[in-house]
Design a protein around this ligand. Structure first.
Ligand code: 0O2
Length: 218
């Protein structure tokens, strides 16, 4: 594995590149924590269960560049690989996902480049998740670098399914036996039903709480 350093956009080394992507991830993570804290303060409720962040390994970047037919250069990875910096936001309920998406759109310094809503339109495999590619400004001593970050937002149940499916995908190198694929599709349906029922249950509980409060105030 080798990434050739070629001067581009003022970024000329892998170390500098990872520094910038790491900074973008930290900034986004802090932003999400602040939004979660504010939400807790206003609504006494946390939409975010937890956050995972990672920088893609050089091996994985080179593999992806090769898959798309590009030479392994620093320039190409910055230009063509959207998920060098990735953040995964895990929520309890599907409604929280769209709440977070709205909050991200409201952030003035975050620029949304693209979205893929695999919740409204799940993949044939059963995969469900909300993906966004955004840019975050990273302020260096002499310049600002708008840095791409991939955001994946999903429920705990969707995450559970995706982790197992990912493991199976790698184990069988993308060619899992049909009966396993069928079972995964079936499990995805169960996950979707579970998410919906848990959301309904939560809404019911919230309504009961609200009615009690109103009755006490009256
Ligand atoms: P890895 O090994 O997880 O990093 P793009 O990144 O936009 O150039 P793509 O595939 O068009 O490429 O983007 P998409 O559909 O938004 O998927 C991006 C990432 O979502 C994938 O990264 C996976 O991490 C995850 N993902 C997408 N589809 C599936 C799926 O069917 N199952 C699971 N478990 N995860 C999925 P990579 O780089 O493909 O893989």
């Amino acid at each position: 594995m080798e990434l050739k350093a070629i001067n581009g956009d003022g970024i000329d080394s892998w170390r500098e590149v990872t520094l910038i992507y790491n900074a973008a991830l930290r900034q986004l993570e802090t932003k999400m924590e602040i939004l979660n804290d504010e939400f807790q303060h206003v609504h006494q409720y946390n939409p975010i269960e937890h956050i995972k962040a990672r920088i893609k390994t050089p091996e994985s970047i080179v593999k992806k560049l090769k898959r798309h037919g590009y030479e392994s250069t620093i320039d190409n990875m910055i230009k063509y690989i959207n998920d060098i910096a990735g953040i995964r936001i895990i929520c309890s309920f599907t409604s929280d996902i769209y709440r977070i998406v709205d909050m991200l759109h409201e952030q003035r310094d975050i620029h949304v480049l693209s979205v893929k809503d695999y919740i409204t339109f799940p993949k044939a495999s059963g995969y469900r998740s909300y993906h966004m590619i955004v840019t975050v400004p990273v302020y260096l001593s002499d310049r600002t670098v708008d840095t791409k970050v991939e955001i994946q937002i999903r429920t705990v149940a969707m995450d559970f399914w995706a982790s197992l499916e990912h493991k199976i995908h790698y184990k069988f190198e993308g060619d899992a036996p049909e009966h396993i694929k069928d079972q995964l599709v079936e499990c995805a349906k169960m996950v979707s039903d579970l998410d919906e029922r848990m959301l309904q249950l939560n809404n019911e509980i919230l309504n009961i709480g609200q009615n009690r409060e109103e009755a006490e105030e009256a």
